[in-house]
Structure formats: C-alpha cells, structure tokens
Design a protein around this ligand. Structure first.
Ligand code: BYC
Length: 481
C-alpha cells in the first residue's frame, strides 16, 4: 500500500496495512466499542448529533493531508497514522547512537518504553474529559468547532498510543490500553497520571490557556519522543505533531482575540488604566490582570509536566535511545552527553542559584527551558496587541519557582518575580497572582453561548480568517439537540 495515503476500507482507517495484520486489527476492533462508550460518556457533552465542520486526515503527506467536511462526532474516523518510514534511519542519541533504529521493542527497554507510551496516551483522553462541558458555553460556532476539532484529534492521539501498545506489547499492552479508558480526569479513586490533567478547565479562557501552554508541553514531549530509537514511536509522534500545531493556534489566537476585545472595549469607554478592574469588568470583558492570573496558573501547571529538573528517569531514557532532546538531530555535540553539563536553577541554602549539573540528568530542565522560550512567542504577539491599542501593560511569564508542585521548588513559596516568601505572605497574596473564586465567578458570568453564524460573545473578537478559508458567517456547527 501507499504509506502516504490512509486506507479507509477497514473499520479503523490506517496507513500501517492493518488489513494484513489480522491479530492487531482484531485487538483494535476489540478495543473500539470501549472507546466509543468512553467517547459517549466522557466526550463533548451534547452536540453529538450535530454536524461539525471537521478536518480528517486522508494522507500523511505534509503538503496536503486533511480534508474538511461536516461530520457527526461519533462518526469521526479515528485511525492509526504514522509518518512514512525513513530509509536507513539510525538512533540519533544515547548509548546506541548510530545503530539502526529499532523496528521492534528492544527487550531490555520494554518497561521504560511502555511507561512513556502509557503516560503520553493518558493525557489525550484526559484533556477531552476536562473540556467536555465547554461546548455549552461556546462564544461562537467557530470556537465550538475548534474545540471539537481539538477533542476528536486528542481522541485520535489516544488511538495512536493504543496502536503501539496493542501491536508491540502483547497482553500487558492490551491491559494498559483498557486502563487508558478506565481512568478519569479528576477522579479521586482513578485519576489521570499527570497533575495538570486532573485540573478543571472551567471556562473558555482556561481552554485557550490550556491549548496554548499545556498542548505546548505536548509539542515538546512529542518532539522528544519523535527522536526515539524505537522507530514506530518516532513515526507516530511525527504525524501527531502535524495535528498538534492547530491546537496551539487555537490557544494563541483565542487569547489574542480576548486581549484585543478587552483593549477595544477599554478604548471605546475611554478607560486609560487597564488595572482598574471594576471599571473594565463593567464593560463585560476580561481585564488584563485577570488574564495574567490565568496565564500564571496554566503556565506553572504545565511546567510541572516536565518532571524534576534533575532526573535519573530522563537520563536513563536518553541513554537507552528512547527519548531524545528537542531538535536532537540539529544539536551539534556528541549526542551521548558523557561529560557535558547544563545549568539548572536550584534552591541552595534557601537561595535560588544556577548550578551546573551533568547534562544527562538535567534533560528535563533543558526541555523545560526550550519550552519556556517557545512560550514567549505568543506573549510577544499578545503584548503587541496591547501596545498597539496604546496601553502600558505587559503580560509576562512568571518565574519558574512560582506556584510549583513538582521539582526543585515544590516545597517553597515564591512571587511571580521569583522572590522567596513565607507561607503567611503566600496565603495573603495568592489571590493577587492566581485566579480567585471571585475571578472565576466573574469569568463564568460571561460564559453565555452564542450560536448564530458569524456572531461572537462580547468578550472576544472575531478571528481574522475562517477555518478552511470559510467566510465570516459560515455555519461551522449545525446544531442538533
Ligand atoms: N504529575 O524523574 P521525574 C500532551 C512522576 S502533554 C504527576 O521527576 P521524569 C497533551 C513521574 O512519573 C505531554 N507525576 O520525572 C497536552 C515519576 O513517577 P514514577 C505528555 C509526575 O520521569 C494537552 C516521578 O514523578 N507526554 O501530550 O523524568 C492535551 C519522578 O519523575 C509529574 C509526556 O509527558 C507530574 N507532573 O519525567 C493533550 C511524555 N512529573 O515513575 C495532550 C512522556 C513527574 O517514579 N512522559 N511525575 O512512579 C515523560 O517523558 C516523563 O514521564 C515525564 C516525567 C516528563 C512526565
């Protein structure tokens, strides 16, 4: 078969020739009803019978891989798509540097590999669960469609990991695949594996922050796994990254449109001080200081997803050739990190200091630094909207010691500027830096659904261009209740 094109003749669309891989096809078909049950129980609430203008992958060719059409979400063709195999690919880092990439699971790294695939897989349905109630308060049909697009693709990313588990890990892979449908975001008894995926996504500002900051952790982790010496994992992640780009676009433009609307409303009302929260809120838009608080929350929850700054797990995965660095093949060094060091921010005798650590154990810190740099790009764009509107206010990333639950700074309190403070000061000031109950109530009060084609809730500006170049009043979702 042509690996570029997707075979839609089997129940599970794929470009991995499932038709002649009967055992795996059977296992996936056996998992399918449980997945559909999960989607019906935990996928978007309502709208399951609505026609949604969604993109579906029909090829893995980066020049043209998706087609758009109206689809009812439960009929979406979730499938297994891998980027084409590169001829003679070698392992690009670690102890096996330069050896041919593995097409089967290397026995000695089986447990490590399975753990990483399960963690990756677990985040995908978790995000769908976190966002399931948002359709009901969508600020427009355009935004509702983007939410559902993100949701169905996270569902497909779950399929991507489940395929690896079913094909390469035999019986325990099948058990892990079943468990991925069993855990639930925020559930006390059976929570999702990583912290940020058990938090609520209460409103659309949180949704945009999540797709900007948390999906970007996804991007960094997928890039690192795309370097993997285990070739099927690498190929899966490479194609997932193609879909992931849209999710971050949704976040970046969503926040930008909120900031723009707030600035326009302030200007029209003659408000010169953007920190005059009561006056700005009276206009029915979200004030910039509250946007900063939401940013503080979602950025720091996402920083926690990188694990401890200094980690032997990360060193072992790198040595093994299982998980590399961001843009590994473009880095000019020995790709083994035998003697290199990397500066890590640490707490030394109560002071935050940069300390040189072996680069091998500092890999999480390095990836997190790459992540923070990547995050800055959106902030520059949002700040440009603010300055262009004539306001003296800048959104900023908080210090990495602020509000942390994992790693070096989990046991201390710090201000967004990185000043260490005691527990009493933290308790007194916390609501100045993170969304308070009042902030949440105010934002919730704005979350009124808007469902006329081309109309937008008053707290968010219209997008500059439509999806698939559709006109402004395009009916992205034909609502059927
Ligand atoms: N919450 O050595 P440590 C995405 C655990 S997002 C809870 O510090 P390590 C997406 C850790 O598991 C990307 N537990 O860290 C985005 C370990 O436990 P065990 C998802 C945590 O292992 C939006 C212990 O602490 N993909 O795709 O070097 C929408 C010590 O670990 C947390 C991946 O994460 C936490 N935050 O690195 C949809 C890639 N952090 O094993 C999707 C796969 C650490 O001792 N995962 N722990 O019981 C990994 O590469 C690594 O496991 C981690 C942690 C980066 C998560």
């Amino acid at each position: 078969m042509n690996i570029m094109n997707v075979d839609y003749s089997t129940k599970i669309p794929n470009n991995v020739d499932l038709a002649s891989d009967r055992q795996v096809l059977k296992a996936l078909e056996g998992w399918h009803p449980g997945y559909i049950d999960w989607w019906n129980d935990m996928g978007p609430e309502g709208f399951q019978q609505s026609l949604v203008y969604l993109r579906t992958a029909y090829s893995v060719d980066p020049r043209g891989w998706a087609k758009f059409d109206y689809v009812k979400m439960p009929d979406y063709r979730w499938g297994v798509l891998l980027a084409p195999q590169e001829d003679n690919r070698t392992i690009p880092f670690g102890e096996h540097y330069g050896e041919p990439a593995w097409q089967e699971v290397p026995g000695e790294y089986r447990a490590m590999l399975r753990r990483l695939i399960v963690i990756q897989g677990d985040t995908e349905p978790a995000s769908v669960e976190q966002q399931r109630h948002l359709g009901k308060t969508a600020p427009s049909l355009y935004d509702m469609r983007n939410l559902f697009q993100v949701n169905v693709e996270e569902g497909r990313h779950l399929w991507a990991m489940v395929y690896l588990l079913q094909k390469y890990f035999g019986r325990d892979g099948r058990e892990e695949a079943d468990d991925l449908l069993r855990r639930r975001s925020g559930d006390a008894d059976s929570p999702r594996m990583l912290g940020a995926f058990n938090e609520a996504t209460p409103d659309w500002l949180s949704f945009f922050m999540f797709t900007y900051f948390t999906d970007r952790d996804g991007k960094m982790q997928l890039h690192s796994l795309a370097q993997s010496g285990f070739d099927p994992l690498s190929r899966t992640c490479r194609f997932m990254l193609t879909e992931e780009a849209h999710h971050m676009f949704v976040g970046e433009t969503g926040i930008s449109r909120i900031v723009q609307r707030t600035c326009e409303a302030m200007r029209d009302a003659g408000i010169s001080d953007p920190t005059d929260i009561a006056k700005v809120r009276a206009l029915g838009v979200i004030d910039l200081p509250t946007i900063q608080k939401k940013l503080n929350l979602h950025y720091t929850l996402s920083l926690d997803l990188f694990g401890s700054e200094v980690s032997t797990n990360a060193a072992n995965a790198f040595n093994a050739g299982i998980k590399g660095r961001y843009h590994e093949t473009q880095i000019e060094d020995d790709h083994r990190l035998t003697s290199a060091t990397y500066p890590v921010l640490k707490l030394v005798d109560g002071v935050i200091k940069r300390v040189d650590e072996p680069a091998l154990t500092a890999l999480n810190m390095r990836l997190r630094d790459d992540y923070s740099q990547d995050c800055v790009k959106g902030l520059l764009r949002w700040n440009k909207v603010i300055t262009t509107a004539g306001y003296d206010f800048q959104l900023a990333l908080p210090h990495v010691a602020f509000h942390r639950a994992i790693g070096e700074f989990k046991g201390v309190h710090a201000t967004p500027e990185g000043l260490l403070i005691d527990g009493a000061t933290w308790a007194r000031r916390k609501d100045d830096w993170l969304p308070s109950t009042d902030d949440g109530d105010f934002i919730a009060s704005l979350m009124q659904p808007v469902s006329d084609p081309g109309a937008y809730a008053p707290w968010i500006a219209a997008p500059k261009v439509g999806i698939d170049n559709k006109p402004g009043d395009f009916e992205y979702v034909k609502i059927e209740t």
